[in-house]
Design a protein around this ligand. Structure first.
Ligand SMILES: [Zn+2]
Length: 189
């Protein structure tokens, strides 16, 4: 469905309220309850036009930022040295936090700096190879964050309390980490 300059994909779902979402790639979805008419859906989308224009511009800016982020070259030896020393530091944190044994893995991920998976015994913490491009204090944040998930599986206030016991400036580091989001996808588009 076309609303002003936007092409919107309409989806009927078993939900209560209409919801408009926009992805980073610019695609827009409007989810509506099963019995809502096309006219009502259009009216709703039209009422959100200001928000749409704002969000669409923001997504475009984000895409451009990703494209223009140039990562310095890293030799294989440098990358391996980084992973070894980081893993050693992560093990130090694990002992200090008295967390259980984990298996450390490395991957290139596009959406996360780290992932903690409890489906395995011992649990697996996967770290993003692109941490090599971040300042050390942010890699430290990712390590402590993932290790804290061994104690709290969610992002509840108690989880963050746990992180802050070790990194009192967690909030500032989180803010700083957000500014590095384009590094996750740099070179992909
Ligand atoms: Zn988390």
């Amino acid at each position: 469905m076309q609303i002003a300059e936007f092409d919107i994909e309409l989806k009927r779902k078993n939900i209560r309220n209409m919801r408009l979402t926009i992805k980073v790639d610019g695609t827009i979805h409007l989810s509506v309850p099963l019995l809502v008419s096309q006219a009502k859906a259009e009216q709703f989308a039209l009422s959100k036009l200001d928000w749409l224009r704002h969000a669409s511009a923001r997504m475009q800016a984000l895409r451009e930022q990703c494209r223009s982020t140039v990562l310095p070259g890293l030799s294989r030896a440098e990358a391996e040295a980084f992973m070894r020393t980081t893993e050693a530091r992560a093990e130090e944190w694990r002992r200090r936090m008295q967390a259980q044994q984990v298996t450390w893995r490395w991957r290139r991920m596009k959406r996360a700096w780290g992932v903690c998976s409890y489906a395995h015994t011992p649990p697996v913490i996967t770290l993003n190879k692109r941490l090599a491009f971040l300042p050390p204090e942010l890699t430290e944040l990712v390590i402590v964050h993932e290790l804290s998930h061994l104690f709290h599986r969610n992002h509840s206030p108690r989880f963050h309390e746990h992180v802050r016991r070790y990194l009192p400036d967690e909030r500032q580091r989180e803010q700083q980490l957000k500014t590095y989001t384009p590094v996750l996808r740099a070179g992909d588009t």
